[in-house]
Design a protein. Sequence first.
Length: 265
Amino acid sequence: MKISKHGDIEVVKMSVNPLFRVMDIYLYFMDGLLVDTGPSIRKRGLIPIFKSWDIEQIALTHHHEDHAGMASWLAEHTDATIFGHEKTIELVNKRAQLPWYRKLFSGPRDAFQASVYPQVIQTGKYEFYPIETPGHTDDHVSLFEPNQGWLFTGDLYITPYPKVFLKEESMNAYIESIEKLQQLDYQTIFCAHEGVITTGKQMMDYKLDYLKGLKNEVIRLHQLGLSDQAIIKTLFPKQVKLEQITFGSFSRLHLVRSCYMDEKV
Ligand SMILES: [Zn+2]
């Protein structure tokens, strides 16, 4: 676990799982506001950090256990208000029913109460506007600080060139969400798995172009009559690490299907 500073922002970087170091996660804290809470499997390292901060407000980007896993502890041990999308709030009322490998990897996500996002989260120095950005999940929210040009993107960015999707991820929703974000005047993105990206807006442009191009290409091949497997062989012939280590939760097949599922083709 490593804490660094990006200007005024405290950045905590850790591998989600302490043994299987295949994925990092980043938490951000500034002026009393914590963005995402980290996975409960990391509680031993995270609790002292949380205790050393004066956490007044918590913003959840979405309900996944690597982001909301420590929220129940924070709800119990701090006076902070936890904000989430109304869909997040419904989901986190109950303990997450996770497949065994996700529970093993990130730890459980216990139940907690959260409040629906206000129009703007005010801290002493900053203002953060929650922006609905579905794509990765239905309940995904990004946070925009217009005076600083900051955008906290949760799991919306991660890579400009994804080859795999979760079953619930939506190509159309990703494209619409990124188009919405590109109207905003921001520069730096704070990604939950890749850290601080000062060329964030440009990288999001790359992602948008890639997703639109990929969607069109999948639809073209699908209309030519190629099967999903044939499309995968054509566009993504190589094995993808994330597909292997998540037992296919992330897969090329989910991505391919998402490209044409919402279209009348
Ligand atoms: Zn996620």
